[in-house]
Write a protein that binds this ligand. Sequence first.
Ligand code: FAD
Length: 421
Amino acid sequence: MAGQDIFDIAVVGAGPAGLITGLSCAASGLRTAVIGPPSGSTDARTSALFGGSIDLLKAVGVWPELVEQSAPISGIRIVDGSGRWLAAPEVLFRASEVGIAAFGYNVPNAALTRVLEGMSRGRLSRVICEGVRRFEPRGDHIALSDGAGHEIRARLVVAADGRNSSARQFAGIDVSTWSYPQSAIVTTFEHQRPHRGISTELHRRAGPLTVVPGKDGVSHLVWVDTPDEAARLLALDDKAFGQALNSELKGHLGTLSGFSPRQSFRLSGQTARTLGKNRVVLVGEAAHVIPPIGAQGLNLSFRDAATVAEVAAGAKHDGSDIGGDATLARYENARRTDISTRVFAVDLLNRSLFTNLPGIGLVRGLGLFALATSPALRVQIMREGFMPSASTPKMMAPSRTGETVGRSLTGASSEGHDLGN
Ligand SMILES: Cc1cc2nc3c(=O)[nH]c(=O)nc-3n(C[C@H](O)[C@H](O)[C@H](O)COP(=O)(O)OP(=O)(O)OC[C@H]3O[C@@H](n4cnc5c(N)ncnc54)[C@H](O)[C@@H]3O)c2cc1C
């Protein structure tokens, strides 16, 4: 294969993190391939994406298609349902308090990956295969193959292949992994009373129960509970499940109906010891896994994506090695603090619910009391928690590398292609 066939970037994994990274890199003028199977459309989850993530979706050109399917989040309410002796007051974060109409939007995951996937095929080389099976270091690039003899090469590999990332393993990056005695049940439902764009997070002893506003008046549920209770809830019929949910919500949304099939997710946490090594950088759940509290996971991944695009485009512009140690160090420095503080804060908040450490309920209660009574503290938390910006890639003229590279590798159309020989 000729030298010009070496990509700047090969993103391994076409989940939401991989696709947005690929599109950000392509929009920054980097010759990019995204490799992996298309994400299924069966994911029943939605993602509350804050302003910085929405800006990135706008920058890569997919927001007009997604906004139709998304609902604005104009407020976030935290209710203490822990039943501890110090009943903490309710805290309501209003976007209007910080001068904006909405913190962000609640976007269905299936629509997000479908729209990103559609855009990828016009903007970059979308390599569809079962997965990358082999990584081979070759000095100034890495060769990736699917185990069937097909290969592409890239200066920098972005591991976006999820929590059990094989690209991360190839790079020799260790992780710390831990589990929580919790599972999350997700579903979508209709309700009698309007949600008014407010997301409600009920902090219970077993875990948070979150109801996020959806399009056309529906809401999306993330109910975290013990694995045994989650299994019981999953087995209930819709009527009994609706009654159980209504009892938790204390009738807040009126009569509940129209539940979509429920899905369940076992919760765990994971962090990588370093974010870049041996021409590989980590994004998304390959870099960090956190429980669904405060909607931080995918928002972090979007900031990973924007940062990869920025540092790699910077290296290309300067004529330095896109996958070299200096680029990896720049990525690590730019992302480490954001990731570490979010993983720490979400873990602490989650543990403060189910842990029986003496005094922890008092600390939580006092924290919520301070938030309920101090507008200045609320504003600070809103800015830190829901308003961090993802730097958006400097848009280049839309490239048609998908078509060109697709043909040169395999003779296939831009609808996607196998790994080239
Ligand atoms: C119940 C729940 C609710 C959540 N709600 C929110 C929310 O409201 N807001 C928010 O910001 N975050 C939320 N999150 C977090 C968010 O869903 C995850 O961060 C996100 O789905 C992870 O995306 P990813 O692309 O990193 O990983 P994945 O979705 O796991 O994608 C990895 C991809 O890599 C592919 N792959 C694997 N191995 C290979 C290989 N060898 N070669 C090629 N491809 C490979 C897989 O097929 C897959 O497509 C929530 C999480 C849960 C569990």
